[in-house]
Write a protein that binds this ligand. Structure first.
Ligand SMILES: *Cc1c(COP(=O)(O)O)cnc(C)c1O
Length: 412
């Protein structure tokens, strides 16, 4: 990375960026929500566009001098609509949480009812957790997953008919099965609810046609751009044309100030990349790698919530090993594998300790890992968990993980 000027101006920050690059290069990244964006995306994000105020929408700005910004933002909107098959896109949300917040603001009043997946079952904070604005200002009921790790659609239907929510949310941060958007639409219609699909995690798979699309069934689709979609950190809201005005008003002036046009340019680049045939191959490989990792872990005698994954992620259930998610995520970090602790359904441990570890393959797939590499990763993970007290074993495993990183260089 070219940090020529930064090095002269601020050596402290430059040094930490260098170290962070080395950390990314020398560790196996299995955090399911992370990825490595392209240098092209980063160049757009690091451009002069950061200097420009552009409150409002293309051609309806509160500031002058937006003629180039307008073109860029329109390109991003058009690509989002094309890629996901939706009628309208707002590419300004600073993050996935803010994209969801804007949908709430556009169609709900404080106190209105919402039905979404419970956080402890794989939902997201911004879908109605009591500690988030969505749970503080709205009346939220949460559905869960059954012992097979699947959404119990009949239960969702019962809850929808009982609670009569104004909005139903499907989409999750930790769900390893295919989401049946059509079933959610049927339930929403029966209950008279609007339907939001939050595809933050699976956006790359949806874009590539590897996961069914929510477009034919959902009133609103929100996503992050930095997970499997492999763009810069940010959010997008898509909707039917009839909600376009309300959504745009909720984003600005409702929730945000000036849009991050440099990030919007990065989103445009990432969306173009996601339209290429190579991206389809990439998304296919993400799922192949996830399945290979899951099979490897199962073969090592470890449990996975819901068994085999159908997408890019899975949660290791550590209960029978007697170890916790918190401890094992730290052990994995020591052997060069980055992952996050996560609750499992009916977790006996607190959310700070947990009995699970969430693992995902978008990032390692970007750097070229294939199935045989994932089998090795599974072996490293299992050995680290089973021998978490054995310093010699851990030291050897660190060498193994470094070898895999060297086999698939990143940003070099
Ligand atoms: C990651 C995620 C978000 C939030 O994204 P941020 O950019 O961190 O705000 C929202 N919804 C789901 C389902 C997610 O997985």
């Amino acid at each position: 990375m070219n940090l020529e000027n930064l090095r002269k101006v601020d050596s402290q920050v430059a040094e930490q960026i260098d170290l962070e690059l080395k950390r990314q290069q020398e560790n196996i990244e299995l955090i399911a929500s992370e990825n490595f964006t392209s240098l092209a995306v980063m160049e757009a994000c690091g451009s002069v566009l950061t200097n420009k105020y552009a409150e409002g929408k293309p051609h309806k700005r509160y500031y002058n001098g937006c003629e180039h910004i307008d073109v860029i933002e329109e390109i991003a909107q058009k690509r989002a609509c094309e890629l996901f098959g939706m009628e309208h896109a707002n590419v300004q949300p600073h993050s996935g949480a803010q994209a969801n917040m804007a949908v709430f603001m556009a169609v709900l009043k404080p106190g209105d009812k919402v039905l979404s997946m419970d956080l402890s079952n794989g939902g997201h904070l911004s879908h109605g957790s009591p500690v988030n604005f969505s749970g503080l200002y709205f009346d939220v009921a949460g559905y869960g997953i059954n012992e097979n790790g699947e959404i119990d659609y009949e239960n969702v239907r019962k809850m929808a008919l009982e609670h009569k929510p104004k909005l139903i949310i499907c989409g999750a941060s930790n769900y390893s099965k295919i989401i049946d958007f059509k079933k959610f639409r049927e339930i929403a219609d029966e209950a008279g609810a609007l339907l939001l699909a939050d595809i933050a995690h699976i956006a790359g798979l949806v874009a590539a046609g590897i996961h069914p699309s929510p477009a034919p069934y959902c009133d609103f689709v929100t996503t992050t751009t930095h997970k499997s979609l492999r763009g810069p950190r940010g959010g997008i809201i898509m909707c039917k044309e009839k909600y376009a005005k309300d959504i745009d008003k909720a984003v600005f002036p409702g929730l945000q100030g000036g849009p991050l046009e440099h990030i919007i340019a990065g989103k445009a680049v990432a969306l173009l990349e996601a339209m290429q045939p190579e991206f389809k191959e990439y998304a296919k490989q993400i799922v192949k790698n996830a399945k290979a990792l899951a099979q490897g872990l199962l073969d090592e005698g470890l449990d996975i919530v819901g068994g085999m994954t159908e997408n890019h992620l899975m949660t290791l259930d550590l209960r029978k090993t007697g170890k916790t998610g918190k401890d094992m995520a730290n052990v994995l970090e020591r052997v060069g594998i980055t992952a996050n602790k996560n609750t499992v359904p009916n977790d006996p441990q607190s959310p700070f300790v947990t009995s699970g570890i969430r693992l995902g393959t978008p990032a390692v797939t970007t750097r070229g890992f294939k199935e045989e590499d994932m089998h090795k990763v599974a072996k490293i993970i299992a050995s680290a968990i089973y021998s978490s007290d054995n310093e010699n074993v851990l030291a050897d495993l660190r060498k193994d993980s470094l070898e895999l990183c060297k086999k698939h260089p990143l940003y070099s």
